[in-house]
Design a protein around this ligand. Structure first.
Ligand code: SAM
Length: 332
């Protein structure tokens, strides 16, 4: 049998099997009507271009026609951690040609300055205890503008699919028959870590990294056991207000109080700070140093690698570093 035919044959068996594995019974809407495969391409390796279900809100079957031929497109765009230079080329192009930009509070002026003069800028900034526009309202806003024939850039800090509710907005647009494109962004963990010369993985130090939300429903019920410790890095988003509880939780799970932690505040922005200490001191340090959101907390031995050097390894002016761990203060 020719190699290409063998691959196609294997693909014929494997793809339905993969689909069954990806969509366990009763777990997602994809499972409800039973997955249907479409647009499969085989070229030596198997590529699954679409797994579709008639009932799924993610299905292109809901399609552009449902909202009419003149409807605009919604672009769910990641704006990165703050520095406009960290936008993707695609994000910068879309911002520069947008009719409407619906943006979060984390999207700074430097990024918004790239919008054309005639663009309508709508802020839907959220505060921790207060949503200025409820999520349903944001969904409706996107759909309403797209139905009016406008291309909408929905601009979110970092990446739209990392603690960004991008999945909910994608689903709402699909249900309304609006075309959607997702443009990834550099998430805060990666952006902030890079700015502090902190490798989240390192062959000698950590081979696994996990992102968790520190401000979520029922923090104490979240099972983080095993996510931090030797060889692992834990990055906590939205953890400033709950830093005391987070430290207690991790220590109760068996993590050593001596584990290095670094808090990266306003990463990639001119006012960025890196504050390093030990896990046992995390909550106190956040209060002492008046750490404010946005900040990520990195827990694990890689935190010991962060520094405030410039590209040549000299001390840089761009990052204020308070190093309680090494007894050095005010490095900058
Ligand atoms: C609602 S989440 C959004 C995360 C975003 N989608 C991402 O991928 O980075 C907001 C949290 O992201 C983190 N964050 C975002 N930008 C940051 C920055 N420049 N510096 C530090 N943390 C940041 C903070 O933990 C903040 O509370």
């Amino acid at each position: 049998m020719a190699k290409g035919r063998l691959t196609r044959w294997r693909g014929g068996l494997l793809v339905p099997w993969i689909a069954r594995r990806m969509v366990p019974e009763g777990r997602t809407s994809l499972a409800r009507a039973g997955p249907r495969l479409d647009g499969l391409a085989f070229s030596g390796t198997i590529a699954i271009s679409r797994i579709m279900s008639d009932s799924s809100p993610f299905s292109p079957a809901a399609g552009p026609s449902a909202a009419g031929p003149d409807a605009g497109t919604v672009y769910l765009v990641g704006a990165g951690p703050g520095d406009p230079d960290l936008l993707t080329v695609r994000a910068a192009r879309l911002i520069a040609t947008a009719d409407v930009i619906v943006h979060d509070g984390l999207v700074g002026d430097g990024v918004l300055a790239l919008a054309p003069a005639g663009a309508e800028l709508i802020s839907v900034a959220k505060k921790r205890d207060r949503h200025s526009v409820p999520q349903e309202g944001i969904n409706a806003l996107l759909v309403e503008h797209a139905k009016a024939g406008r291309d909408v850039v929905r601009l979110k800090g970092g990446d739209p699919f990392i603690f960004g509710r991008g999945g909910e907005e994608l689903e709402a647009c699909r249900v309304a028959g609006i075309m959607v494109e997702v443009v990834p962004g550099i998430s805060a963990a990666m952006g902030c870590a890079a700015a502090a010369n902190l490798p989240l993985t390192h062959r000698d130090v950590a081979s696994a990294v996990t992102f968790v939300a520190g401000q979520c429903k029922g923090l104490s019920d979240q099972n983080w056991a095993g996510l931090a410790g030797a060889g692992r890095t834990l990055v906590i988003y939205m953890g400033v207000a709950t830093a005391d509880d987070i430290a207690d939780k991790l220590m109760a799970d068996g993590l050593s109080p001596d584990t290095p932690v670094v808090v990266l505040e306003n990463g990639t922005l001119p006012e960025q700070r890196a504050l390093r200490t030990l896990l046992a001191d995390l909550g106190d340090m956040v209060h002492r140093e008046d750490v404010r959101s946005p900040a990520v907390i990195v827990v694990g031995n890689v935190a010991g690698l962060a520094d405030a050097s410039d590209r040549l390894g000299n001390r840089a002016g761009g990052l204020q570093m308070l190093d309680i761990l090494r007894g050095k203060e005010g490095l900058s």
